[in-house]
Ligand binder design. Sequence first.
Ligand code: CAA
Length: 279
Amino acid sequence: MKVAVIGAGTMGHGIAQLFAMNGYEVFLVDVNEEVVRTALQKIEKSLDKFVKKQMITGKESVLEKIKTSTNFNDAKDVDLVVEAASEKQEIKKKIFENLDQICKKETILASNTSSIPITKLGNFTKRPEKVIGLHFFNPPQIMKLVEVILGEKTSPETKNKVIEISENLGKTPVTVIDSPAFVTSRLIMIMINEAVQCLYEKIATKEDIDTAMKLGMNHPMGPLELADLVGLDIVLAIVNTMYEGFKDEKYKPSPLLVEKVEKGELGRKTGKGFYDYEK
Ligand code: CAA
């Protein structure tokens, strides 16, 4: 089975690696050559960790399953596309329209979106029954969950196939009906937004907010560390999707979150978010 991953950024490179590690032939497609180069470096670095832990025998056999491209046409013969481009509806609209034209009619078009309605993405194509959400978690190589999101017209065949593929990848799928931010983003982003608001109100330091959730709730990362991992622009996009989708003040983004994104302090990927990182 051949897979194309569209977008080689924070999530795309990890998703491509995951498929290749599980025996799939992968095209990793991104319009930006520099992003593709960086993605391959990150994949190599991650594979080194798996080799060190003897979870794979060598990285060459995985790397040779990944072909990179800056041309969408290379996705034309694949059986599954996982779109992991920017969390912007306009961009995803163009990609889904494009993929619908390019890919063979049997191809399933999945999106790794954290919050954009799958029904909308399906309606950008002439094959909404083959459009589905396949939501991975950062880092996708090791997080055990995938959220499978059903649009209004997603067919049972598409759902079953995507669940089977998720299990082949060693993941546990949960199925969710399309709704703003689905289940995982809806729960985690309201916590992150509230943590940012605590910091904005200066009721605790960022370190203490994170420590509270790590030691008090056994979370592996504090909410502000997690926001930096996910990307503050992505966090803001998801919180805005919930705010607009539910029309409820409880989802209003914290002014500090908006300010950080305006300043370009987006987290690990820019070297600065709530914390500083080596680039
Ligand atoms: N590739 C390979 N292995 C990796 C890796 C990668 N990219 N990143 C981490 N690892 C491995 C490490 O090698 C390490 O392995 P060992 O324990 O066997 O040595 C293990 O994972 C733990 O890593 P670290 O020691 O570096 O650090 P850690 O213990 O803090 O774990 C973490 C890192 C797994 C990311 C952990 O902190 C964690 O689970 N954090 C929460 C992540 C989370 O909540 N993700 C979901 C975000 S929301 C999302 O993604 C959805 C969305 O739409 C926004």
